[in-house]
Design a protein around this ligand. Structure first.
Ligand SMILES: NCc1[nH]cc(CCC(=O)O)c1CC(=O)O
Length: 334
């Protein structure tokens, strides 16, 4: 782009900023409820709404309540909901078998939502951490604590197939193992799930901003060590582009950058380089910062929320996973 402008006073940038009507005409980016995917935490029980202490305003919800939330999301114009299970610690094992139980919480909730609100897209998470007594996204090797890759990918395939069978529209592998997108795509094609969308967590960083999420799904206590052996180093950018290229080549339909706000440079580079549907995840720690400051009256909660979400769109994202989805949608709908 070659900006052309006359010298002052022929050019006055404040002219089109003078009134709301003029500002609306020159606005470059838009934000709408259709840009959101709403992540929700599912727990056992009936009529349970259990607030996550480090995420004020975010609740673990039993399946009946999640169905009500799904209906609410659909009514607000939010196209998709993303399920994260809070698994009973007694069901967490080293072989993570609960991950592909057809009747686990995630699959039960998926079926219930698709039954009640068929037009809402359901996204599910592929990774072993909610089911792993070691708290990791993959299997941990006894001898040295290494999170093994290829055996984990086999388990992720079983998990994803159970999610597809339950009716998931979008599957989001968040595990960062190598080769999983190709393995998932091959298995989905072979098992009759040709139309399941893969939204790859392609550039997922080893971030401290996931802390409140790990509380929400009960993984904090279980996790031994950190995830730096499979999630990305926050210092790297070129590697993110290589990962996105790799995942698109293996059959990802959409790609994600995670976390969001501290990584908008990555979003912009990914969108510019590939032009693929690009999403960012405004993660739990980002939510906690904004919602916590708002609760304390230190920032204007509604305005920082909408400004932060618009920033994702400005950075080139087609959409954003955000815990603010229903609140933001209500405001945007006026
Ligand atoms: N597979 C794990 C997973 N899937 C989504 C999140 C984080 C989401 C958030 O912080 O909001 C994480 C946490 C992690 O990698 O430890």
């Amino acid at each position: 782009m070659q900006p052309v402008q006359a010298p002052f006073p022929a050019t006055r940038f404040r002219r089109p900023r003078r009134t709301p009507a003029l500002r609306a005409l020159v606005q470059e980016t838009t934000l709408a409820p259709s840009d959101f995917i709403w992540p929700v935490f599912v727990c056992d029980g009936d009529n349970v709404m259990d607030e996550v202490p480090s995420m004020p305003g975010v609740f673990r919800q039993s399946v009946d309540r999640v169905v009500a939330s799904a209906r609410e999301a659909h009514d607000l114009g939010i196209p998709a909901i993303c399920l994260f299970p809070y698994t009973d610690p007694a069901k967490k094992t080293r072989d993570c078998a609960e991950a592909w139980n057809p009747d686990n919480l995630s699959n039960t909730a998926t079926r219930a939502i698709k039954d009640a609100v068929p037009d809402l897209a359901v996204m599910t998470d592929v990774a072993l951490d909610p089911y792993n007594s070691d708290g990791h996204d993959g299997f941990v090797r006894d001898s040295d604590g290494y999170v093994v890759n290829d055996e984990t990918v086999e388990a992720l395939v079983r998990q994803a197939l159970s999610q597809a069978a339950a009716g998931a529209d979008i599957i989001g592998p968040s595990d960062m193992m190598d080769g999983r997108i190709g393995a998932l795509r091959t298995a989905l094609e072979a098992e009759g799930h040709q139309n399941v969308v893969l939204l790859s967590y392609a550039a997922k960083y080893a971030s401290a901003f996931y802390g409140p999420f790990r509380d929400a799904v009960g993984a904090s206590g279980a996790l031994k060590g950190d995830k730096k052996g499979y999630q990305m180093n926050p210092a790297n950018t070129d590697e993110a582009l290589r990962l996105v290229a790799r995942d698109l080549t293996e059959g990802a339909d959409m790609v994600m950058v995670k976390p969001g706000m501290p990584y908008l440079d990555i979003c912009r580079r990914v969108k510019d380089a590939f032009g693929a549907p690009t999403f960012a995840y405004q993660v739990s720690g980002e939510y906690a910062m904004l919602a916590g400051a708002a609760r304390n009256g230190w920032v204007d909660g509604e305005r920082v929320m909408l400004e932060s979400l618009m920033a994702f769109r400005r950075a080139g994202c087609d959409g954003v996973l955000t815990y603010f989805a229903p609140e933001a949608a209500r405001l945007l709908n006026g």
